[in-house]
Design a binder for this molecule. Structure first.
Ligand code: SF4
Length: 509
């Protein structure tokens, strides 16, 4: 079988979903190949960008190889200005690859003004008009080439982000028209969310033969008629990716020890709204498996992709340090207020933790069932800083529980703790349609389309999106103690590249 990962997603590491499927297929003696059409497609576009003649584009074209090299050899991470220049210049070539205004491609996004990725009719249109896709020349040649050599019976497309949906369906349309005998299977986290939230059957008609939701390993093996070895969860496989092209200073291994979330109670959380079950691999088993993978692949960084790395996994990591640096999402709970625990994390290889703090107002946190105490967050940030672990704090403005006064408390909280915060991600709340937060609110359409997972709402405290947006731009981002934190956010790659600043400087910011 052939597994395809369509454009666009961050081109800095291989996709964990495909690595897991590859591991399962390999363990069950099934032949397969993998195409990361995201990284291949991005390179194809930036190498084939027509020169517009403007200075910025000419400079970006001239510097392309140097810029890519500086990200891959790590020099760019020694200086934020150099890094930003390299990334913006590479991105410039993607922007100008689409001379009209209709399609905008960046290192992290794909936007088509005429087609929406949350409208099933538009996805079908993209499939039926695949030759209009900007990646068409790349993927048609690539797929023709490989399909001439091998007789695949099944092709799987993994769609995880909205930015992959239109390109993913264009690839499906191309395959369906030219290779109608090949069975097409789709899966991935976006497909899972659609099927879970909308409770729909195959809304894509004849384009797709099977839709797999949730972790795809077992359903895919069943579909291929394999006897599954019970009780053994195969390790993900990374050898199937060409490790050279990814835009990072070395090969990053994404790895998850769980699916769902061990807390799973935050009212605003899509994980909860979708009812995703929490499944945790035995922590000690996961850590040993990861160590074996590291020994085998020699990565520069481990990206733990769990929604929240559980305390049990952290304890297992402390007892069994990894031979490579790692980072991931954690909950700012009591464990992190223990300095010894944080020092243990540091020795385990932890270089950065992402913490969902969301609000600086305890009553807002309580109403959203966040299950954290601001006093503990302060302690955690202090300890992590002392231990030399980077902190990446997530803030969420505009929840139904928040007022402008609450939002100001968030500013105060971040300002007071600014010395212990290395990076901030600040977002405006999107209301998951199935979340408990949606009850009792007047909902309006957010994205036009039958596949939209989020809604807009009349804010009960007159704190709507427009006001929140203005507040963020003026008061939050303009705050003299917060501004420098915002300015060191790595553009496009954000938290995926942030750990390299910690590693390359031997300290965090
Ligand atoms: S901790 Fe994060 S992933 Fe878990 S329920 Fe809360 S928001 Fe969702």
């Amino acid at each position: 079988m052939l597994l395809i990962y369509p454009p666009i997603s961050k081109p800095c590491e291989p996709p964990i979903g495909i690595a897991r499927l590859a591991g399962a297929l390999y363990a069950n003696n099934t032949g397969f190949d993998v195409i990361d059409a995201n990284i291949e497609g991005i390179y194809w576009l930036i190498k084939n960008t027509p020169s517009l003649g403007d200075r910025w584009t000419m400079r970006a074209t001239k510097n392309l190889d140097v810029n890519i090299a500086s990200i891959k050899n790590g020099h760019a991470f020694k200086n934020m200005a150099r890094y930003k220049k390299a990334v913006y210049e590479i991105n410039r070539l993607l922007i100008v690859s689409q001379p009209g205004q209709a399609i905008k491609i960046t290192l992290t996004d794909y936007e088509d003004k005429a087609l929406s990725p949350v409208n099933s009719h538009d996805l079908i249109y993209a499939a039926c008009n695949f030759e209009k896709n900007p990646f068409y020349v790349y993927f048609s040649h690539r797929l023709k080439n490989i399909l001439e050599k091998k007789d695949y019976k099944t092709i799987g497309i993994s769609i995880n982000y909205l930015s992959q949906a239109l390109c993913g369906f264009s690839i499906i349309g191309f395959l369906r028209q030219n290779y109608p005998h090949i069975r097409i299977v789709i899966g991935g986290s976006l497909i899972t969310s659609w099927m879970g939230n909308k409770g729909l059957d195959n809304m894509f008609g004849d384009l797709v033969d099977y839709i797999i939701t949730g972790p795809g390993e077992i359903p895919l093996l069943r579909l291929l008629g394999k006897d599954i070895k019970q009780g053994i969860k195969p390790a993900p496989l990374y050898d199937v990716f060409n490790r050279d092209p990814y835009l990072s200073p070395g090969f990053i291994i994404p790895y998850n020890t769980s699916t769902g979330c061990y807390w799973g109670r935050c009212t605003f959380c899509p994980e909860r709204a979708e009812g995703n079950r929490y499944i945790q691999t035995d922590p000690l088993y996961a850590v040993h498996e990861l160590s074996d993978i590291i020994d085998h692949t020699g990565p520069c960084l481990i990206h733990l992709t769990d929604n929240a790395v559980s305390p049990a996994v952290m304890k297992a990591l402390i007892k069994n340090p990894l031979p490579a640096p790692w980072y991931g999402f954690a909950r700012a709970n009591k464990d992190l207020t223990d300095m010894d625990f944080c020092m243990g994390l540091k020795r385990s290889g932890c270089v950065m933790l992402k913490l969902g703090v969301e609000s600086g107002d305890q009553s807002v946190l309580d109403m959203m069932n966040k299950g954290i105490v601001l006093e503990d967050v302060v302690g955690a940030l202090e300890n992590l800083k002392k231990a030399g672990i980077g902190t990446y704090v997530y803030i969420l403005f505009g929840t139904p529980y928040e007022s402008k006064e609450s939002a100001r408390k968030t500013i105060d909280f971040i300002a007071k703790n600014h010395k212990n915060i290395d990076f901030i991600n600040c977002a405006i709340f999107n209301l998951p349609l199935n979340s408990p937060d949606a009850r009792g609110l007047e909902i309006r359409e957010f994205y036009k389309g039958d596949l939209s997972l989020y809604g807009d709402f009349i804010h009960p405290k007159d704190w709507g999106r427009l006001k929140v947006r203005r507040f963020i731009e003026k008061e939050f981002k303009g705050h003299p103690l917060i501004k420098p934190i915002i300015q060191r956010q790595p553009p496009f790659f954000t938290s995926n590249h942030a750990p390299f600043f910690a590693i390359s400087q031997g300290k965090v910011c």
